[in-house]
Design a binder for this molecule. Structure first.
Ligand code: PHE
Length: 342
């Protein structure tokens, strides 16, 4: 009997040494040694074969061994459980160094151009305009013909663009969105259309082959140049400050008649003359005019009943003036040192 108990103890010590770190294995040992059909229970049953004197002696020895094994297994299991729950509570490995600096998560922010687009469109929404969008891939018809720019007309050159297959092209201004909207909606119309436009210009500090415009279009009965002036002066004052002055210069666009370019008093020198405004005191910010009757007719709008105004504004130009940026390329290089300033 003595022999048997020794053997069991030895076997247990051996198994325990192998299983130390694994809770699953330790549970298996519990069953193997302490279970109902475990080794200790089995020797217990064989006690009946012993003499009267030996029985209590070995009974006690078995119980002692049982307690010893129990204590070892349970002690180890508790220790393991504690470690696991502590590690998962902290969500870190055991050898985590809490003095290391944290990994900082970078948060993004809205691109400066998008901020300016949102702000400008917001001002027009306050005046009752609705924001809509048009496709960047356009047809010749929408980019040119419907806007009264016939194939042979020299003004096509001013709006030249990148051509795709099958007479598709990248729109060179947001004005085709006027056509698209009027094809689908009867007047009154009151929309602003922000978006990208493309021109095959060589890139330099003030030119980019892709830039952003915001188109405005208002069509209703009895709309005159006075309405255009009213809306744009509210806009200029809200965007650049109450003291901002505005002037209209006669100009030409095939899709408006009369046409005008709009300047604001220089926001850098307040009109006194500086290098940004070329000493003139004025900054050009947009093109505008009363919608040409031919454009209305192309969209089946009766030009004797309805009239309206349209304007097109360059977003990069406004953003550059607003933030004092002197190179348009900065907007598109994605240099975080630049982007993070906004
Ligand atoms: N589409 C013109 C441009 O890109 C701007 C414009 C829009 C002018 C609407 C008049 C009316 O230059």
């Amino acid at each position: 009997m003595e022999e048997i108990l020794k053997k069991i103890e030895q076997e247990f010590e051996q198994n325990f040494a192998d299983a130390q770190a694994q809770a699953g294995k330790l549970e298996e040992l519990k069953i193997k040694f302490l279970g109902r059909k475990g080794q200790l229970n089995t020797v217990f049953k064989s006690l009946s074969g012993l003499s009267q004197q030996d029985r209590p002696v070995f009974g006690k020895r078995i119980n002692e061994l049982k307690e010893k094994i129990e204590k070892k297994l349970n002690g180890r299991l508790t220790a393991l459980n504690e470690r696991v729950s502590k590690a998962s509570a902290d969500r870190r490995p055991e050898n985590f160094d809490i003095t290391l600096p944290a990994i900082k998560k970078d948060t993004g922010s809205v691109h400066p151009l998008t901020q300016v687009i949102d702000q400008i469109c917001g001002l027009f929404v306050e005046m009752g305009f609705m924001i809509v969008e048009g496709p960047e891939i356009e047809t010749e018809y929408h980019n040119f013909e419907a806007l009264n720019i016939p194939l042979e007309h020299p003004s096509r050159e001013a709006f030249d663009t990148f051509y795709l297959e099958n007479k598709y092209l990248l729109r060179s201004h947001t004005s085709p969105a006027q056509i698209r909207f009027m094809e689908e909606h009867k007047p009154p119309v009151q929309i602003v259309v922000p978006g990208k436009v493309y021109r095959p210009d060589a890139t330099d500090a003030s030119h980019s082959f892709m830039f952003h415009q915001i188109e405005g279009l208002l069509i209703d009965k009895g709309i005159t140049f006075a309405h255009l002036r009213g809306v744009l002066s509210v806009f200029a004052k809200k965007l650049f400050g109450e003291k901002t002055k505005m002037r209209f210069r006669p100009s030409f666009f095939p899709f408006t008649e009369p046409s005008a370019e709009v300047d604001i008093s220089c926001i850098i020198c307040a009109g006194r003359g500086c290098s940004v405004c070329g000493q003139s005191g004025w900054l050009e910010i947009l093109g505008s005019g009363l919608v040409h009757p031919k454009v209305l007719e192309a969209c089946n709008v009766n030009s004797r009943k309805y009239s309206g105004f349209a304007f097109g504004l360059g977003v990069e130009r406004v953003a550059m003036l607003k933030y004092g940026i002197d190179d348009i390329r900065l907007f598109f290089e994605n240099d975080l040192r630049f982007i993070k300033q906004f």
